[in-house]
Design a protein around this ligand. Structure first.
Ligand SMILES: Cc1cc2nc3c(=O)[nH]c(=O)nc-3n(C[C@H](O)[C@H](O)[C@H](O)COP(=O)(O)OP(=O)(O)OC[C@H]3O[C@@H](n4cnc5c(N)ncnc54)[C@H](O)[C@@H]3O)c2cc1C
Length: 394
């Protein structure tokens, strides 16, 4: 079958790889003109790690990864006032945990999919016509084509979801935070393999030193700190960051000075909640279907798991897409809903609202130096309570 996959981030190339392995002809469509670089750093473990291992990709992922040793909360003078050693992650995942740029993980998956799928960069699905037998796809640039199925792997602000299911606002739950990230070269100080984070009420700014003298900065703030409308332009987003973090202390002024000319990522922290991820001959996977948000720290692994299960159920149902689509939803929807719930529980520890909240959060992280407490505090959210079939053996 010919299957159009809109979006070549995490879910898209993974889906293409597995579908091609089951004998289908996937075509990836990516709106960026070339594979993306930079961006933010993600933690990678669990189901996604297991599936990437089945794809033979762990050596390439670890080569790009960082084994972060410590999460350190600091005060305005840069002195540690909370945090924990990350050996809890290593312990709870049997060492199957790494951190890397989202774009590096996407690059590894895309390299793997390249041999198996055609990729159209700098384009997007623009319109869909599902007549029950085939889906006619109009692109922004390429000539129209017909496909047996279309899958939206185009992230939180999915175009395919909008075309097939309706406007984003119907499915998006804004969790009340904004997130921004950018990276620069040559920033000082550096703290190798330490994730350094500074919090003021409702605002948090973090930095992570990477290879090639790069430093990544991540900002998170609550919308009640800056209740205005969502800034749509790059200029507007930088202005909001300057306003929200002005005079916050620590290294904030030096970091804000680097915003000019920075390639900034800025977005709402949202979840996508839907009753169905499939409709007719169209399906969604990854953030497009069930974004858990950065608060889950596992969106990439879950996107990979969704792609793997969708392709696997399709193979199992001998390409009967209706049977495959319902098996896909049945197997994963309750699990994704529980991951979304646990991400929401974690939200209050991200940029706590008050000084008291910050102190309590810091104290809890200090206690996390005690292994048993750490396993109790963090370990539960690290477990993926689901077993996926071994579709590869069928
Ligand atoms: C700051 C931050 C920190 C995070 N931390 C973690 C973490 O620690 N661990 C973790 O596992 N996850 C983390 N996540 C979540 C994770 O990044 C996502 O869940 C994951 O990337 C989802 O993969 P995806 O393929 O569904 O979407 P994406 O990775 O967003 O990929 C979507 C792709 O579709 C393309 N696209 C978009 N629109 C169109 C269009 N109209 N046409 C064609 N292509 C299009 C995009 O360019 C992109 O390449 C974090 C997210 C953020 C924002």
């Amino acid at each position: 079958m010919k299957i159009a996959i809109n979006g070549a981030g995490i879910a898209g190339p993974c889906l293409a790889w597995w579908l091609a392995g089951h004998g289908h002809e996937p075509v990836l469509i990516e709106k960026a003109p070339a594979p993306r670089s930079g961006g933010y750093i993600i933690d990678f473990w669990g189901l996604g790690y297991d599936i990437a291992e089945r794809m033979g990709l762990i050596p390439a992922i670890l080569e790009r990864g960082y084994q972060v040793g410590e999460v350190r909360f600091v005060d305005s003078q840069g002195r540690a006032n909370g945090g924990f050693a990350t050996d809890v992650f290593t312990r709870m995942t049997d060492g199957r945990f790494t951190s890397l740029r989202r774009s590096d993980l996407a690059g590894v998956l895309l390299d793997a999919a390249n041999d198996r799928a055609e990729t159209l960069f700098g384009d997007s699905v623009a319109a869909l016509e599902d007549d029950g037998g085939r889906v006619g796809v109009t692109f922004e640039h390429a000539a129209p084509r017909e496909f047996d199925l279309v899958v939206g792997c185009d992230g939180l602000h999915s175009k395919v979801r909008e075309l097939a299911f309706g406007p984003e606002k119907r499915f998006e739950a804004d969790l009340g935070y904004r997130v921004a990230a950018f990276e620069v070269e040559g920033y000082r100080p550096r703290d190798e393999l330490v994730y350094v984070s500074y919090t003021r009420p409702g605002r948090q700014i973090s930095r992570f030193s990477m290879r090639d003298d790069c430093t990544l900065f991540l900002f998170v703030f609550r919308t009640d700190v800056s209740p205005g409308p969502f800034p749509e332009t790059d200029e507007g987003q930088k202005a909001v960051l300057r306003e929200v973090f002005a005079g916050a202390g620590w290294e904030t002024e030096a970091i804000l000075d680097l915003l000019d000319g920075a390639d900034l990522y800025f977005d709402r922290v949202s979840q996508i909640r839907m009753d169905h991820w499939t409709k007719g001959r169209v399906a969604l996977a990854g953030d497009a279907a069930a974004c858990v948000s950065l608060l889950a720290g596992e969106g990439t692994g879950l996107a990979i798991a969704e792609a793997y299960v969708l392709a696997g159920e399709f193979a199992r149902a001998s390409s009967d897409h209706e049977a495959a689509f319902s098996a896909y939803e049945e197997r994963l929807m309750p699990f994704l809903q529980s991951k979304q719930k646990s991400a929401r529980r974690f939200a209050s520890s991200f940029a706590p609202k008050s000084e008291l909240g910050i102190s309590i959060r810091n104290l809890a992280t200090k206690l996390a130096r005690v292994p048993l407490f750490a396993d109790w505090l963090i370990g539960g959210d690290l477990r993926d309570d689901i077993r996926l079939p071994d579709y590869a053996n069928r």
